[in-house]
Ligand binder design. Structure first.
Ligand SMILES: *Cc1c(COP(=O)(O)O)cnc(C)c1O
Length: 359
């Protein structure tokens, strides 16, 4: 038998979550964001489950090429664009779409000699306040004009990204960015793309022509104040393992590295095969929720590289071999992430290469 930890990917949950996107944004085309190996769920299996989407978005050129070679005919967009002239060749050859977000990319596009007559499909990124990528509203008109005169450019879509769409306070968090976007994009008759999961769910006025859902497809909530279940999202990844040893601590005894947890009474503790080398967050403190035999209990002590410890108080039926859920069905990844001081996105993406993935 192999080590019992595994990540189970529920493909029907991905399909369901895509239908939730469609319900919220019935008039927009959907660009499923599958960067970072589809947020840890696996590129090709996720693309297959999401094959009804109108496009795919990612940052990794090799993944984009693999997707095209697997036969997908949708738009495949590179969210950070290209980093060299050579990559432009690949983009053209594989009919990929690309973001252009800076002058250096514009200059490369200008210098590029397209082999075919058909221009590249470009998403021109406007920095409306995120201040990460994109042309400022002031730089934008010149960038658009330059693009229009470039022989390598074909269809142009305007794009921006929100910094604070996930916050609980209402629309003032996106209003300024939306207004800046409209001020430069208005009246140009170009397709537009603005919304990530948070904006899809909360701000219909941002849906425009293309929405770009990521986390919601995987069943994570983009909001701290709303659970995935409240949003009708189903978890696509369940990480499970088993109890591989049981210890009985005497009052005052510590467990694990640093004895970071000490029993204040006699106590049974289960040792689970799963640690930070599997992608479980080392920062998860004592008290982080976990399911054992389907019932909720807590992590105790420090997370090791390959193991962690769970409180078995009042769980006399639990023994070596009992099932453990670290996150997923029955235990939202967002809850575990919050306890560990991070977000569900990070836990999903940080699955370790040694994790066995099953569908
Ligand atoms: C990652 C990403 C998204 C998806 O964001 P979620 O919050 O996961 O929905 C959308 N657009 C861009 C540009 C991104 O980088």
């Amino acid at each position: 038998m192999s080590r019992p930890i595994q990540a189970l990917i529920d493909l029907s949950a991905l399909e369901h979550n895509l239908s939730v996107v469609r319900r919220h944004a019935p008039h927009a085309r959907v660009m499923a964001v599958i960067k970072a190996d589809a947020y840890g769920h696996g590129l090709l299996r996720s693309a297959e489950a999401l094959s009804r989407s109108d496009g795919f978005a990612m940052l990794e050129l090799d993944a984009a090429v693999r997707l095209r070679e697997a036969g997908y005919r949708q738009v495949i967009l590179l969210l950070e664009g290209f980093f060299s002239m050579e990559e432009l060749m690949w983009i053209e050859q594989y009919h990929l779409s690309t973001v252009i977000h800076n002058r250096e990319q514009l200059a490369m596009l200008f210098a590029y000699k397209p082999r075919a007559r058909l221009g590249l499909n470009i998403f021109l990124k406007i920095n409306t306040g995120m201040n990460r990528l994109g042309f400022t509203p002031e730089q934008f008109p010149a960038a658009l004009e330059a693009l229009r005169t470039s022989p390598a450019a074909g269809e142009i879509t305007l794009m921006t990204h929100f910094a604070r769409a996930d916050e609980c306070s209402r629309s003032e968090t996106i209003a300024a960015q939306l207004q800046r976007f409209k001020a430069v994009a208005g009246g140009r008759h170009l397709s537009c793309s603005l919304a990530n999961s948070a904006a899809i769910l909360r701000y219909p006025e941002t849906h425009a022509d293309w929405v770009r859902p990521g986390i919601m497809l995987y069943g994570g909530s983009p909001f701290a104040d709303r659970t995935a279940a409240e949003l009708d999202l189903h978890p696509a990844m369940t990480v499970s393992s088993k109890i591989i040893a049981v210890q009985t601590l005497k009052s005052g005894e510590g467990i694990g590295y640093g004895h970071a947890f000490r029993a204040d009474r006699p106590m049974r503790v289960g040792i689970v095969a799963g640690g930070y080398a599997d992608g479980y967050p080392r920062h998860a403190p004592t008290g982080t929720p976990v399911l054992v035999n389907g019932r909720r209990t807590r992590i105790v002590g420090r997370i090791s590289m390959d193991m962690l410890h769970v409180d078995l108080s009042g769980m006399d039926d639990v023994a070596v071999g009992s099932p453990v859920t670290l996150w997923g069905k029955g235990l939202p990844v967002d809850e575990v992430a919050q306890a560990a001081g991070t977000v569900g996105y990070e836990l999903l993406c940080a699955l370790a290469p040694r994790m066995q993935i099953v569908t």
